[in-house]
Structures are given as C-alpha cells and as structure tokens.
Unconditional design. Structure first.
Length: 950
C-alpha cells in the first residue's frame, strides 16, 4: 500500500470532501415529503448536490487546511489540487440513510403505502437497486433526448428547453418509483417464507421487473418530455440515436455512493467517454476511491489510486477514402504508439509522479495495468473481441512507454498484469512455446514483484535487467524473448523459491507473496482472487476488461470487500501466509471461498456496480459460470465473469442487458412514441406463457391467429398514444411558454450580475500567494476597482453573490464537520493567515495596509488622462468575460501592457509600482504583524462584519 505524505494528504482531503457532500445531501432533502423522494429498495435515494463557489469551497478548504497543515485558498483549482483530481458540480450522491431516523421514517412511509411491511435485515449491498438503475437509465435517455430535440427544434428554440428536459426526467423518476416499489413489494412477497427473506428469490423477481418496468418507464418519460417541452417526436427523429447513446455517459457528474451497512463510501470519478466510444486517444477512465464510513463519519483509511478503464487498445484498422485498409504492420505501429500516449496521459492526470520509489536503493516509481482479458481465446477472438491482439498491443505499447520514461525525471513505469479472469483461453505459465503467453506471464510477475517489493536486492536486479532490455538495440519485441528477459525469469524463480517458506507475518502482502510463489496465478480458478488482492495492495493501478464493466466489476467489487471486511477475511489470509507449500491450495481455496461468499452476500450491487450504470445506462450483465462439461463451456457467453451459480446465489442479471445503451435503451425510447408495439412471439409468450407459446407454434393455428391480430393491436396502441400525446401537447403550451419566459429572465439577471461584479474565483485568482497585487483586466484600475464591488463591500459589509447563496444550508452542513456556521456578527471572510490576501481590497493583504490608503492612490491615478480615456471605452458585454483579450484600443496599467495608441503610461505604472511596493512584505514580517493587525482591522466598527440576515 502507498505510504507517503502526498498520498496521505489526498486521502485526508478526499474524506473531508466526501463528508461535506454527504451532510449537504442530507440537508438538501431534510424538508422534503416522502412522496417527493424516489426511494430505492436498498434504502437509498439519489440527490444531485450543487456546489457554490464560496459557500461550499470555503468550509471544505478550511477543514482540509486544519487537517493537513496546507495553505489552500477557497477556489476550485486549489481544492482539486488537494484532492488529487478534478471535481464536477453538481455531484450525484447515492445516499444510504440506514441509521438516519428521519429519512428512515420517510422511507418506511413509502414502503407501507406500497404494501411492504417487512424488509430484509442486515446488508443490502447485493439487492438489485432497481430505482438507482432506472435513475441512470433515464438520465442517459434524457441526455439523448437533449440532442434529438435540439436537432429538431434548432439552437435558438432549444435554449429555453434544455432545463425543461431535466425537469421532465425528475418528474418521470418519481412516477417510475411507484412502479419500482410495487415490484419490490411483489418480490418480497414471493421471496419470503416463514418470515425469512431469501435475497436470491427477491433478486430473481427484481430482475424480471427490469424488463416489465422499462417500457412503462420510457412511456412515462415521453409524456413528461411532451408536458415540459411541447415537443412531439417521430421515428425519423431517432436516426443515429443508438450511436449517440453508446458514446454518451448517463451523467457528467462525479458520483458518491454510500453503503452505511457495509461501512464504506465510494467515489466514482466523472468521464464523458464510454466503453463503446473507443479509438485512438479516446479515454473512458474513472477513478474509484473507497474510504471507511462509520457512525455517519467518513474516515481517511485508503491511499490507493485505483482507476477503472476499458482496455486501451484500438481494435480496427483505418480505411482511406478509396476504401483501402491500412496495412496490419502500420496498424500495429499506430496502435502501440497510441498505448504509449494513453499511459502517459493517465500517469500525468492522476499524478503518478508523486508515488513512492525512484531512489537509488528503492524500487522504481510504477503503476500496474491490471488487464482482465483473455489470452489465445480463439472462439472469442473470432467473434470479434480481439483480446489476444489487444494484449499484444498493450504489452508492446507499455514497453514503448517505459523506454520513453527512462529519458524523464522522475521515471514512472507501467507493468502490465494480464491475468485472465473469465476462464477462457490460455492461463499464464512458462514453457508453452506461445510468445504472447510467455510475455504476459513474465510481465505479470514483474508487476507483482513491484507490488510486493520490500527493499530486496534480488528484485532490484530484476528491474535492472528490464531497463537493460529497454535500452538494447536492436530490441526484441518481447522482454521474454531477450537475453535479459531469460535471465529475469531465472531470477524470479529463485525469488519465488525463497517466498515459499511459511511466515508468521499475517497480512495481505504475505498472502499474495505465498500465492505467487506457488504459481497460483497460473491457474484460472484463482485469477479473480489474485487480481483483486493485487489491486488492493497496489499503490496505483489502472484496470479493466474490454468494456471495463463486467469483469472489472467482478474484480473491483472484491477489492471493495477487502476494504470493508478485511477483519473478517484476516483468518484465511493468515492461514495462507503460515501454511507450508503442501497446504497452500487448500488454504487458498478457503480464502477464495470466503471472499466470494462475502461478495455474494453484501457486495454484488454495491458502489462498483454503479460504474456500468453510468457508462452504459444499465447494469452489467455479469453471469455465473456454467458447470457444463468440456466443449460446451467454450460456447457460453463471454460475460461469464463470475463463479458458478452455487456460489453466487444472489446473482440474477438475465434481463440486465436490455437496459444498456448498445442493446435496448434507444429501442425503448423510440417504441414509447409508437405505443410500445409487441412482436407476434412476444405477445404469444406474454399471453400463453413460454410453454403455451411453444405449443402454439407447433400447432400452427394459434401462431396464425396471433400473427394476424398483432399488427392490428399495435396500430390501435399507436393511435391511442398519438391522441394522448396531442392532448398533452395542448396542455403543455402554457407551461412551456411560462418556463421559457422565466428562463430568459433568469439568464438576463445572471448576465447583469456577472457584468456588474466579478466572480469570487476571479477575485481570488487575482491574488498571488505572496500578497502582491496582480491583475490583468482590460479596464482601468478605477473601473476594475468599482466593478469588483470592493468599495461597496468595505462600506456596506456585503459578500459576493456566491457567498450569499445557500448560506443557510452551509451553516447546517458546517456543523457536521465541526466548523461553526457563519454568524451575523462574524467576519464576512475567513480569518486571514499571514500568507493570505483578501479579495476585499484588490488582493492587498489586510494585515499590511488598509483600504483607505489604496483608495487615495487610486484617486491620484484617476487624474491621469490616459485612464480617463480608458474609462470611456464601451463596457464588457454581458455574455463576455470580464477578462477578455485586449482590443487594440485597450491597455492595462496593471500588467505593463502598454496602449497600442502610443499613450504614455509610465507615470501610471510608477504609481502602481508604488502601491505594490508599499504592500509587499516578507513572510516573516507578515507573521510578526499578524496579531496586531488582526485586532485593529477586525475589531474596527463596520469592518468585516455581516449584516443580520432576516
């Protein structure tokens, strides 16, 4: 596991931010009625939590500074630096409110209304979260509708409709929730016997409900779209909708998933890319952050950097305008370079340069690419998966990337650990004569050596052999084919022999070491266990299968169980570490069985399952392995990423795929507008049952009857839907016009405010850490001074617009993270540290000077004719940035810009320099004067106080 100051800081900051979001989510729904919330069977509700730049960033940054000793300013850029990643706003929170009495009461009220008296006790992480699934499913549909309606209505008309589509989705989700809770009630009734709930049977019924509810859900969404937009669509409008859905994520938000019973929270990073929009320089990576959660508090317990990604390789050759495919050699060259680029981009994005290692007597800085795809799976490759080709490209591309890293400081290597997890194709192992299998085996062992490194000279020598291989000219395509690689294989074998000895150290690292030493990674049966244990231990990893959904979910779900249930798993882990070689397989089976059992019981539908919902609008179709003999196994689905059905008793995903973007999502959308027509066979099955349908086909006559009746019934339903939509359209006109007028007024008001005042971020960003005044405005000093509202703030004690928004809710949330809310007699701005500057006075530190002194200097500058000239120029338009690129007639007196009209600014510049020099101080001087200035400024009448809020 990682253990350095930077990774510790990231974990602490992440936990604080997660805690804040959870408290804000709770505050946001505290006053809502039960019927205003869409409850999930797991006992959760999803909320989009907006973030205001001052009201939210200020308390979060304050808490991070207190916890870490950092000196951050309350702006998004610096908050993201502390978190080690970008953030979105809003953030979607999937809130588990078990333990929250008030929210639990609301949930129980809704359940009782649906006829549910008794629920399963204990963990619900393996129950199908039907409402959560439809939340993301309809969210993706709504994003597709945005594009479809925009094309139909035009840019100008759509400007007033975009927000209405979001309203339509929220209204639809509340209506769909009625169907979900009814299905949950039926599932519990069927799954309960003698007062005991069988979760497997409940999930079996909820799986069926996916298919039953989906067409109704899309019909409801269609109705709400018409009511809120006044737009009616037809079949032609959906041209290209499927591809649009495939390349669009269900949400652009970060998602925070809470599992209070399991005791973890999971952060799922945002990405606009999806697994089905693959290609050169296209990414769909999502960071997964897991922290402990206990008694309502998030604890910084995990420093691991864990990234989920679809396999990075491109699959297809380019075709030119004449239809000519590029040569395979050119394709491979391009594909390997693309891997090199992608690895470099991901390493930079996630700050892998901050990882431990890299010293002369240390292991190299490196991250592991945990690849879960098959090797030499002939049938799968023929079907188009091309996973063997992908493995070859990724392994060679990683060598290219690592060679490039040798020229950089610091070097950050990537080791590919391709242990296939679904049991198809070749397992790892030496001596097969297959070049790809040999290379995958050697590089997987290199990856595990890096993960397990503890200052061993023998491992450093193996790493040195790899560097020699990278430098060699000409270089063999594979490390395993080179002389250095052959020496490395021998050296690794010697290391494994040493590791076969039992140890009294009972931790996960020793467990993986013993399993590797006894070559359990060479057997398909242990592949998921070893990949999960590896990811759990790796300081930084990227991981995924072809899509990054099914098999990646199986691994990441088990990693989450290791995070949450390590104490429960410690006994079998200790047994492996202490077993002799003859007992290793038996003890490994016990550990594997324990991990699989916990995952089946508590984690099948946990936070890691949300990745698929976001990526493809539907749950991953993760299937259990078949127990069929021999050749029949080869013809089963390649999505069988799980153990057999006897082990995974709660896994029911047979109806999952229809909800996915590349399967049935857009079909559901289009058919809703046609009255949800049925095929002849579907109508027979729904009417007669499966057996009756088969008999009807065999006896012909029922088949003919249904074949004649089906088109007639479909036409009737289409006509009914059309008439109902026309009625909805009439009712919607007034609502749409009213919303459009309100939206226009809101936009106009916002633009006026933006034109009159600068944003809080801009003010903060104008201040350097050392307290110097810095500004790049195209306006004059006086114009900027007034535009920023600084004089008004000082005289009238007003906060910026952003600071006033959501102040009440900020107070509630602040209490939860042990920070008192801003009171009416408290300072309008956070207490200044000696290194900080205040936006109240153009970035000049309040501890070194006062506003009056600056204003007097400004008055002198205003007398200059050049400034007068600038002040007569047209104002910045409402839609333009206040910091636009300078026009030829403009000049900045604050950045030594100089007018292009040959005006003399030397006198202005000298006066501004005088102001700047007057306020500059060394950090030591600031610290010395801090206390005295604090008392003088903050205790002065009408200085830095808020007027009472009514």
């Amino acid at each position: 596991m990682p253990n350095n100051d930077k990774s510790t800081q990231y974990a602490q900051s992440q936990a604080i931010f997660m805690q804040y979001l959870l408290e804000k989510a709770k505050a946001q729904i505290a006053n809502k009625k039960p019927e205003e919330l869409a409850f999930d069977p797991q006992g959760r509700v999803l909320i989009d939590v907006p973030l205001q730049k001052f009201a939210d960033f200020q308390p979060v940054v304050k808490s991070i500074n207190d916890a870490t000793g950092m000196r951050l300013r309350p702006v998004q850029k610096e908050l993201e630096e502390a978190l080690g990643r970008k953030i979105t706003h809003p953030v979607t929170v999937s809130l588990d409110f078990s333990g929250d009495k008030e929210l639990q009461k609301k949930f129980n009220a809704r359940l009782q209304a649906a006829g549910i008296e008794k629920q399963p006790e204990g963990a619900k992480g393996s129950m199908i979260p039907l409402q959560q699934e439809f939340h993301f499913h309809l969210s993706l549909a709504a994003r597709v509708y945005q594009d479809v309606i925009q094309k139909k209505s035009g840019e100008e008309a759509f400007e007033h409709l975009g927000n209405n589509i979001s309203k339509a989705k929220e209204a639809a989700l509340l209506r769909v929730n009625e169907l979900v809770l009814q299905a949950y009630a039926r599932a519990l009734k069927k799954g309960t016997k003698d007062g005991v709930v069988d979760l497997g049977k409940v999930n079996q019924e909820l799986d069926k409900a996916r298919k039953e509810i989906a067409p109704q859900a899309h019909q409801i969404l269609m109705q709400e779209i018409i009511k809120n937009t006044g737009v009616v669509l037809n079949k032609e409008d959906f041209a290209g909708a499927k591809h649009l859905a495939e390349k669009t994520a269900a949400t652009a938000n970060d998602v925070l998933h809470v599992d209070a019973r399991l005791g973890i929270v999971t952060w799922i990073g945002a990405s606009e890319g999806t697994a089905h929009e693959r290609g050169a320089e296209k990414y769909a990576d999502r960071q997964l952050i897991t922290q402990k959660y206990s008694n309502g508090q998030v604890k910084a317990s995990n420093e691991r950097i864990q990234i989920r990604t679809p396999s990075l390789d491109i699959k297809k050759r380019n075709v030119d305008d004449k239809g000519q495919k590029e040569s395979y050699q050119d394709f491979v060259e391009r594909a390997e370079k693309d891997i090199q680029t992608k690895l470099g981009t991901l390493a930079k994005k996630y700050h892998f340069e901050n990882l431990s290692g890299g010293g002369g007597n240390d292991k190299p800085k490196a991250f592991v690419y945990n690849l879960y795809t098959s090797l030499n799976d002939t049938l799968g490759d023929v079907r188009g998966n091309l996973q063997s080709q992908g493995a070859e490209i990724i392994l060679k591309g990683a060598h290219r990337y690592n060679l490039e890293q040798l020229q950089k400081e610091p070097s950050v290597f990537c080791f590919v650990q391709n242990i296939p997890v679904n049991g198809f194709g070749s397992s790892l192992g030496y001596g097969s004569g297959n070049a790809l299998q040999e290379e995958a085996t050697l590089m997987a062992e290199m990856a595990m050596l890096h993960t397990l490194y503890k200052n061993e000279e023998s491992i450093r020598k193996v790493m040195a052999l790899y560097e020699q291989y990278l430098h060699s000219e000409p270089r063999k395509p594979y490390f395993s084919q080179s002389e250095e690689g052959k020496q490395a294989i021998i050296a690794i074998q010697a290391i494994k022999e040493q590791w076969k000895q039992p140890t009294q150290t009972a931790d996960a690292q020793e467990c993986l070491k013993r399993m590797m030493a006894n070559d359990l990674h060479f057997e398909h049966d242990y592949s998921k266990t070893m990949q999960a244990l590896s990811v759990f231990l790796e300081a930084a990893s990227i991981g995924g299968c072809k899509s990054g959904n099914e098999r990646a979910q199986a691994i990441n779900g088990r990693v989450a169980m290791l995070d949450a249930k390590f104490d429960e798993l410690s006994t079998p882990i200790q047994a492996i570490a202490q077993a002799n070689s003859g007992e290793i397989k038996q003890k490994a089976n016990e550990f594997k069985s324990s991990l699989d059992s916990i995952y089946n019981r508590e984690g099948l539908q946990g936070g890691m399952s949300v990745v698929s919902l976001i990526d493809q609008g539907g749950p991953a179709k993760v299937e259990a392995k078949s127990n069929g003999p021999g050749v029949f196994k080869e013809f089963q689905s390649r999505n069988s990423a799980e153990e057999n059905a006897e082990t995974m008793t709660n896994l029911y995903q047979s109806k999952a795929s229809k909800m996915q973007a590349h399967k049935g999502l857009t079909d559901y959308m289009q058919k809703a507008w046609e009255g949800n027509p049925s095929s002849t066979l579907d109508r027979m099955k729904n009417t007669l049952g499966k057996v009756g349908m088969i008999l009807g086909i065999l006896t012909v006559v029922p088949l003919l009857i249904f074949a004649i009746a089906t088109p007639i019934l479909n036409a009737s339903k289409a006509s009914e839907t059309k008439n109902a939509n026309e009625q909805l359209l009439k009712e919607s006109k007034d609502l749409v016009l009213e919303d459009a007028h309100a939206t226009e007024q809101k936009i106009t008001s916002q633009e006026q405010q933006e034109n009159e005042k600068q944003s809080f971020d801009q003010l903060i960003d104008s201040v350097h850490d050392n307290g110097k005044f810095s500004h790049n405005s195209t306006k004059s000093f006086d114009g900027w001074f007034k535009e920023a509202g600084i004089e008004d703030r000082v005289k009238e004690n007003k906060l910026p617009v952003e600071a006033q928004e959501n102040l009440a809710i900020e107070g509630k949330v602040s209490k939860k993270i042990d920070k008192p809310p801003v009171k009416s007699n408290d300072s309008a701005w956070p207490k200044q540290e000696p290194w900080q500057s205040s936006p109240l006075n153009n970035g000049v530190s309040l501890r070194e000077t006062n506003v009056q002194s600056i204003q007097s200097k400004v008055e002198e500058i205003k007398k200059e004719p050049q400034v007068e000239e600038f002040n007569t120029k047209p104002p910045v338009k409402s839609k333009d940035s206040a910091w636009r690129k300078q026009e030829p007639w403009q000049s900045s007196t604050l950045n030594n810009g100089g007018s292009q009209k040959e005006t003399k600014v030397e006198s202005i510049k000298s006066k501004v320099e005088g102001i700047k020099n007057e306020v500059q101080m060394t950090r030591a001087e600031k610290v010395a004067k801090e206390s005295a200035f604090d008392d003088d400024f903050w205790n002065a009448p009408n200085s830095g106080t808020l007027t009472p809020r009514k």
